[in-house]
Design a binder for this molecule. Structure first.
Ligand SMILES: [Zn+2]
Length: 183
């Protein structure tokens, strides 16, 4: 059986300490008893937090026996986050809105920028269409990929409430993108 994930990826703040801002997310989830402080080997990326007694606060419809699954943890990761859902088909410049097809020559600049972020943590992309330099994490990769600095991932949880990314933004003050996938 494959496992599904629902991830929330947080981008750089305009200023301030991203780590301190992001730490409000696990603090909130633990305080609300949505997850436990306790972790175990329950995700595809190592130890995760176990679901708490109030986990259902985050979703609208329950699914059978998900609490009994071996993989149902909640993980927090920091660093150079590139969360991938599916093959990238196109992306869109946040400045000029030009769509760049992954098969096109212009996409080479995008690939190079993704590699640079992966290797050096440089979050910048000069748009091949308008030449404007913007943050890679501001680009729209049409739900196939999200770039950021922190993430929280829910493994095999029921579908989470649609306003959760917005709530996480309010709690952390950081821009937050939702992405889901199956492994
Ligand atoms: Zn552009």
């Amino acid at each position: 059986m494959s496992d599904n994930f629902q991830s929330y990826v947080f981008a750089d703040p305009a200023n301030g300490d991203l780590s301190a801002d992001f730490r409000r997310i696990p603090a909130y989830l633990i305080a609300e008893q949505i997850i436990l402080d306790k972790t175990r080997d329950n995700s595809l990326e190592g130890e995760g937090h176990m679901p708490g007694s109030q986990a259902e606060k985050l979703y609208t419809q329950d699914i059978d026996r998900w609490r009994e699954l071996d993989v149902n943890g909640v993980t927090f990761r920091s660093g150079r986050i590139v969360e991938v859902s599916s093959d990238l088909a196109e992306c869109r410049c946040p400045h000029c809105n030009t769509v760049i097809d992954a098969e096109s020559e212009n996409f080479e600049a995008v690939s190079a920028a993704l590699d640079r972020f992966d290797n050096e943590g440089i979050d910048l992309l000069s748009c091949p269409a308008c030449s404007r330099e913007t943050k890679l994490s501001d680009w729209d990769f049409s739900d196939a990929l999200v770039v950021g600095r922190h993430k929280v991932t829910f493994w095999n949880w029921p579908r989470l409430k649609p306003d959760l990314a917005h709530r996480f933004e309010q709690i952390s003050g950081l821009k937050c993108h939702y992405i889901e996938g199956r492994i």
